[in-house]
Structure formats: structure tokens, C-alpha cells
Design a binder for this molecule. Structure first.
Ligand SMILES: Cc1ncc(COP(=O)(O)O)c(C=O)c1O
Length: 384
């Protein structure tokens, strides 16, 4: 059996021939082990006992009272290592171990995926190399140090915009040269098939838990679900269970500042980038543009192919929030609820604050709080 490689025209496997076999092997291993009882039980136990699942669905009482409709926060920020990224790195880390790989490599933007990979590598007993843009290393110092504490080697990428897209390029280059022994642990629902499907599988637990929790709390499904979109893994993770169910799903991209942004779905065009066909920020000639966001995790000129499909089918509405709005939303949640969200998650929150008049008192809204903001303190201090 093979998995579907495309979401209508999006997705696919646009990679050098040398990499094709490794992607087929990965797909086969994924199909085999996700049906394997031992693998499934081991992952389930790690998600519970190592990562801290299930995460609470927290009723934001003060915020709800002030805004006049019900707001719940899916608390992925409470997970070990501080974000939803650990759901995926435990899944793929285990896959690497079962496949008998000798080393894990990863790229990272905000550093959350790097930290989560380094932790999974330490746990599995596999050495980890993390590729990270020099600019991101500078703005995410705390996470770089955490990766090193977990024993990972952090490799500074000095090419291009020195951010996530360049880190992905470098990881792919290294992977191609070491394809037999290395497991490339991709951090979002991007890249060539089977990664978008595989990462979605490991992240869909966010939506599955949310559904069970909201039914037990409210006896019905929510009216709106909101998540930030970088590559798109926390958004796909929480949306997955609710697609096509008459619930308004809203993905929030980074509108950046007046000069640059990361609004891939609203302003990009269809192209091939990092092995997949999707919306991309690019020139008319197909050269990739630099994205910008105050949050390193949203600073990516591509997006997962399934999001492109969901956009074209009008199954999800894609909106945006800019740097300033994200900083304001972060401060708001700190003061109102005593919760410090990641700057990425603050984009989702900001959508609600900036568009209050589009909600009614009947609304039951779930916001995916994809991560905690400790990593962003340095950046926030410069802006408040
Ligand atoms: C806390 C947090 N949220 C969101 C993202 C964006 O990634 P994705 O769109 O794959 O969820 C990141 C990326 O590093 C992150 O650290």
C-alpha cells in the first residue's frame, strides 16, 4: 500500500533522484510502524509521561468576560520543551529508532523544533545535528543553549537570509550526502511526500483531544478554531478533526512589518519549494523571497501543501496579524490570564482581539496556544 502523495494539485515529491529511495523507505516505515502495536504503545506512553499529554483545554475566563464570548485555549504551551513540536519529534524520533538510523538531523527557525528534536534524540540515544540560520541563532539564544544542553550540535547557516529557509536548504544538502545512516526529522507539514502526511499524523492528537474536551465542557463543538500558520503543523493538528464540519477554521499568518511579511497563503503564488508544490513567496521568475516576522517560527516563505488545498477549497480562512499586533496580544494574555504565549501563538490570539466585532455572544472559540513565550523574552523586551 502507498499513501496519497498529493492534495489535488498540491504536494508531491519534487526532489533529486538520489533522495527518492529514502523517501520511499520512510513512507514504508511510517505505514508499517504506525500499524505496529509496540510502536503505538511506546509513542502513547511517551506522549503521556515524557511530553505531558493530554494538554488542558483551558477556559480563559477573564478574556471571555471582557470580549463577550467564550474563549478556550488549547494549552500546547504546557508540553515538555514548551510547544506542540514535541508531538512530532517523539513520533519521528521513534520512527528513526525503529528504522535503525544512526543519527538525526533537523532544521529549526524559532528553535522550538530544534529543542524538541534534541530532547527526543537524547531520549532515544541518537546523536542530533540541528541546522539553524545565523539570524535565528541570534534572536533565539536561549533555545540554542537548551539544544546544546541536550547534547545536540547546532550548525550555524550563514547563507541567504540566514533564517529557516536557508537552514532547510543546508539540512537537505547534508541529508543527501548521508542518506543511508541519517534520519531527517522535518519540523512541520512541509517538504516532499511523505513528510506533510507524516507530521499531520503525529500532530492530529491536538484536534482529537480538543474535540473530546470541548464536548465534555460545552456539550457541543466549538463555532470557531484559530491557529497560527508557519509551515502549518499546529494548525493542521488542531483543524484536522474539524474540517468540513461547519466550524469556522481560521489560520493566521505573519503580516510582519511594513516592508516584509510571511503571508504565504494570502499573497504567495503557486510554485515548488523545498520538495513540494504549494503557495510560495516568490518573484515572477520563481526566485524565493525572504519572509519576515517578529516570530522566527512564522518566518518562512513556504507553507504546507494541505493548507494550499484547504485554502483553494475554502475549507479554512487564512488571515494575518502583524508584528505589533502580536506583541500587543502577547502582553494582553499575560495581563488578563497570567499566561505568556509564544510570539507565534500570539498571532492567533491577536486575530481575536483585532476582529472582536465579527464574533457574537453565541461563539465558542478555541485558540491553539501552540507554545510558551519564554524563548521570546529577549525580542519582547526590545519592543515594549
Ligand atoms: C510555538 C510555535 N508555534 C508555531 C510555530 C509554527 O510552526 P507550525 O506552523 O508548523 O505550527 C512554531 C515554529 O517554530 C512555534 O515554535
Amino acid at each position: 500500500m502507498r499513501l496519497k502523495t498529493k492534495f489535488n494539485q498540491f504536494g508531491g515529491v519534487y526532489i533529486p533522484e538520489m533522495m527518492v529511495k529514502s523517501m520511499q523507505d520512510l513512507e514504508t516505515a511510517f505505514i508499517t510502524y504506525t500499524k505496529n502495536k509496540k510502536f503505538r504503545n511506546e509513542l502513547k506512553s511517551l506522549l503521556k509521561n515524557f511530553a505531558g499529554r493530554p494538554t488542558p483545554l483551558y477556559f480563559a475566563k477573564n478574556m471571555s468576560k471582557e470580549l463577550g464570548f467564550k474563549i478556550y485555549l488549547k494549552r500546547e504551551d504546557l508540553l515538555h520543551t514548551g510547544a506542540h513540536k514535541i508531538n512530532n519529534t517523539l513520533g519521528q524520533g521513534l520512527l528513526a529508532k525503529y528504522m535503525g538510523k544512526k543519527e538525526i538531523i533537523a532544521e529549526t527557525g524559532a528553535g522550538q523544533h530544534g529543542v524538541a528534536t534534541a530532547a527526543a534524540g537524547a531520549l532515544m540515544g541518537l546523536p542530533v545535528k540541528v541546522f539553524m540560520g545565523a539570524k535565528d541563532i541570534e534572536r533565539q539564544k536561549l533555545n540554542v543553549f537548551r539544544m546544546k544542553l541536550f547534547g545536540a550540535e547546532v550548525i550555524s547557516v550563514e547563507s541567504g537570509s540566514k533564517t529557516l529557509k536557508d537552514a532547510v536548504n543546508e539540512s537537505m544538502r547534508y541529508f543527501l550526502a548521508n542518506v543511508e545512516s541519517t534520519y531527517y526529522l522535518l519540523g512541520s507539514v512541509v517538504g516532499p511526500h511523505p513528510y506533510p502526511t507524516l507530521v499531520e499524523y503525529f500532530q492530529k492528537i491536538i484536534g482529537e483531544e480538543t474535540k473530546e474536551q470541548i464536548i465534555s465542557l460545552e456539550n457541543k463543538l466549538p463555532t470557531k478554531i484559530i491557529a497560527c500558520v508557519g509551515g502549518g503543523s499546529n494548525a493542521i493538528g488542531i483543524f484536522n478533526t474539524f474540517i468540513g464540519k461547519n466550524i469556522k477554521l481560521i489560520g493566521v499568518e505573519a503580516a510582519g512589518n511594513n516592508i516584509k511579511h510571511g503571508k504565504t497563503l494570502s499573497e504567495g503564488t503557486i510554485g515548488v519549494f523545498h520538495g513540494t508544490k504549494s503557495y510560495v513567496l516568490q518573484t515572477q521568475e520563481g526566485q524565493i523571497l525572504e519572509a519576515h516576522s517578529i516570530s522566527a517560527g512564522l518566518d518562512y516563505p513556504g507553507v504546507g501543501p494541505k493548507h494550499s488545498y484547504l485554502k483553494n477549497k475554502n475549507l479554512v480562512s487564512y488571515q494575518s496579524a502583524n508584528d505589533e499586533q502580536a506583541i500587543n496580544a502577547l502582553q494582553y494574555l499575560c495581563k488578563k490570564e497570567g499566561i505568556l504565549p509564544a510570539l507565534e501563538s500570539a498571532h492567533a490570539l491577536s486575530y481575536v482581539l483585532e476582529n472582536q466585532d465579527t464574533f457574537t455572544k453565541e461563539d465558542v472559540v478555541v485558540i491553539c496556544l501552540s507554545g510558551r513565550g519564554d524563548k521570546d523574552i529577549g525580542v519582547v523586551m526590545e519592543h515594549v
